[in-house]
Design a binder for this molecule. Structure first.
Ligand code: CUK
Ligand code: CUA
Length: 619
């Protein structure tokens, strides 16, 4: 394993202490604490398992224990990995067209992309998986578009994007997260401060720029309301109890340049009191902007006076970046690039505190550039140190009362390669993390892989965190294409993806053997045909130059994994068809000639012969 940077002398005394604390936590739950306190036989706590006793390699033909959903940054996609193998199982295009899946090539998905702004790319950062009762429910994943102010929903029955909302009044949607326990809302956290409305009326005075969080209904993907705040916002995470939602922000200065943005020693974590906001919306205390109720949550607003302010502004050290809520829902932990400490906020006291700063209960000193924090469910937090290029493991309860200078809560540090952004532990975003695996999503790989030109892959490192006695172990390097930011790791048994499509789930009309048809009316041609090994429903389709052609094609196969597509040369069309899937594409046949429509998936021994002619007659 990689070296532990802390000298042994620094680690030992802490090391002695930690398992006892773990044990006390477990003991308190069973009421057995008094009789067994101090017993050293319980080093490592109940759940601690040695690395040699866990599956680290997934043999050929075996399955992984977890799905990991990694964002793809400015590729605009999501990648699905298996854990612990770190094999890439699938890519899910979200904000950009992708030809292998025909995403953005058929009518339905291209209309979806068009209705969502018509951009050809997005910047995905935070994939979050829906939960019911604080556990993964297998329904959806959500992901933000930092580039264009959007949120997308991925249907986990089919592992495909099924909805995108272009969020009004929000220029860059950075944080993304669900309000738990039951995913009542998906929050889009607005990063860029812009004039509101951003219509060219008021361009120059940054004091008047502002940003909003958006509460999105996960079923309808409708933006229900927004809250306007002071300063910008960055990452976000929701409490486990359905009341609080937290965001960080690095620009309380309301500045437009880097030096001004980091001039103040403190910025804010904002705590949104969701039921109080809902009451304000209910009472009509909002302005409607671009069709969305926008509630004023700035510090001086009327709604922030009185005994139930809708947004609490908590002073934290300069430029906080990550914020995440502990699995027990007790603390929100924020940290940033420019200060070596993390801020531990006691969520329960937030409601009663006169001054929200009273809810800050700890400021442990973790290392340089603490960015993001994940949890193992055994009372430990793991924070990436961007500048130190390490992951630090620390004890949450020991951090309560810890001063800014205190390194006491620190248990261990491990080097990562290099410069980690997010990290994520298995089911860290639930109330019951698995505590075995952690991925450090490193921004640089430098010398870790064969060189492939000036653009390097990034390095997603798998770290075993299940053994409190031996500490963290680096298990694998995985090169990844630019640029994963965050991830969610879900136990395999919590998802139940379909093997073939259910035609009931889509609007397109299923075209069976008997249903093939070509109809013509006023220069419009509608072709309905099936695809199967090794043919399309028609051997040739003849249209006239200038016709608007709609093709509805069903893959009538029942056999899992037998995919076809219909690729039309020189028409920029490739439509993927999984078993029982129907898709539709509309195009204008404007060049006379013969075009071989072919199947792009190697589906059988006669796959190459699976083609038909599109004949376009001159007008
Ligand atoms: S962010 Cu990229 S490393 Cu968008 Cu959560 Cu911190
Ligand atoms: Cu169908 Cu190749």
């Amino acid at each position: 394993t990689e070296s532990t940077l802390d000298a042994d002398s620094e680690r030992d005394p802490l090391f002695d202490r930690i398992p006892r604390r773990d044990f006390m936590k477990a003991g308190a739950a069973t009421g057995a604490m008094a009789s067994m306190a101090g017993c050293t036989g319980l080093l490592g706590g109940d759940d601690s398992v040695a690395l040699e006793d866990v599956k680290t390699d997934v043999k050929p033909g075996e399955h992984d224990d977890y799905y990991a959903f990694l964002s793809g940054g400015h590729t605009g996609e999501i990648r699905v990995y298996g854990l612990p193998s770190m094999r890439q199982l699938m890519r899910i295009p979200v904000f950009g067209r992708e030809s292998a899946r025909g995403y953005g090539y058929d009518d339905r998905t291209s209309e979806m992309l068009e209705d969502a702004g018509g951009y050809s790319w997005g910047d995905t950062h935070h994939p979050r998986v829906s939960q019911t009762d604080n556990d993964y429910d297998g329904r959806w994943a959500f992901v933000n578009d930092k580039a264009n102010g959007r949120m997308a929903r991925i249907n986990l029955k089919y592992f495909e994007t099924d909805a995108i909302v272009d969020i009004p009044n929000q220029q860059g949607t950075h944080g993304a997260c669900c309000l738990l326990p039951d995913t009542k809302y998906v929050f889009g956290v607005g990063e860029f401060r812009v004039p509101m409305p951003n219509d060219g009326q008021d361009l120059t005075d940054p004091e008047n720029y502002t940003s909003v969080i958006a509460a999105i209904n996960p079923e309808t993907m409708n933006v229900e309301w927004e809250v306007l705040v002071d300063g910008n916002m960055d990452n976000g995470d929701g409490g486990k109890e359905g009341r609080w939602f937290f965001t960080t922000g690095y620009n309380s200065e309301h500045a437009t340049t880097e030096s001004e943005m980091s001039s103040s020693d403190t910025d804010w974590v904002k705590a949104f009191d969701v039921p109080a906001i809902e009451e304000a919306v209910e009472a009509g205390e909002y302005d409607e902007m671009n069709g969305v109720p926008v509630v004023d949550g700035t510090r001086d607003s009327a709604l922030n006076e009185g005994d139930r302010p809708i947004v609490r502004y908590i002073d934290v050290s300069k430029s906080p970046h990550g914020v995440s809520v502990t699995p027990d829902g007790q603390y929100a932990i924020a940290s940033g690039k420019l200060d070596p400490t993390a801020t531990v906020i006691d969520i329960e006291t937030l409601a009663e505190a006169d001054d929200p700063n009273e809810s800050i209960v700890g400021r442990p000193r973790l290392g340089m550039g603490p960015l993001h924090t994940a949890y193992d469910g055994r009372g430990h937090a793991y924070t990436t140190l961007f500048i130190d290029s390490q992951v630090v493991k620390w004890d949450i309860e020991a951090a309560v009362e810890a001063s800014e200078e205190s390194t006491d809560p620190v248990i261990e540090k491990i080097d990562v390669h290099y410069n980690p952004g997010h990290l994520i532990a298995a089911e860290s975003y639930t109330t019951d993390p698995q505590g075995d695996w952690l991925i450090s999503l490193n921004k640089l790989s430098k010398d870790r892989f064969l060189p492939v030109g000036p653009m390097h892959p990034e390095n997603d490192q798998l770290i075993y965190i299940g053994d409190d006695e031996e500490g963290m172990s680096l298990v694998k390097d995985t090169p990844s294409y630019a640029e994963p930011h965050d991830a969610s790791i879900v136990s395999a048994e919590k998802l139940d993806p379909a093997k073939v499509y259910d035609p009931e789930d889509y609007d397109e009309e299923f075209v069976g053997h008997e249903d093939i048809d070509i109809s013509r009316e006023d220069g419009r041609v509608h072709v309905k045909m099936y695809s199967t090994r090794n043919e399309f429903g028609f051997e040739e389709v003849t249209v006239t130059e200038g016709d608007e052609v709609t093709m509805t094609v069903t893959n009538i196969e029942q056999t899992p994994d037998i995919l076809h597509s219909i690729a039309i040369p020189e028409h920029d069309i490739n439509m993927k068809l999984a078993p029982q899937e129907t898709r539709e594409v509309t195009f204008t046949a404007d060049e006379p000639g013969v075009y071989w429509m072919y199947c792009a998936f190697f589906c059988s021994a006669l796959h190459l012969e699976m083609r038909s002619r599109l004949i376009v007659e001159p007008a």
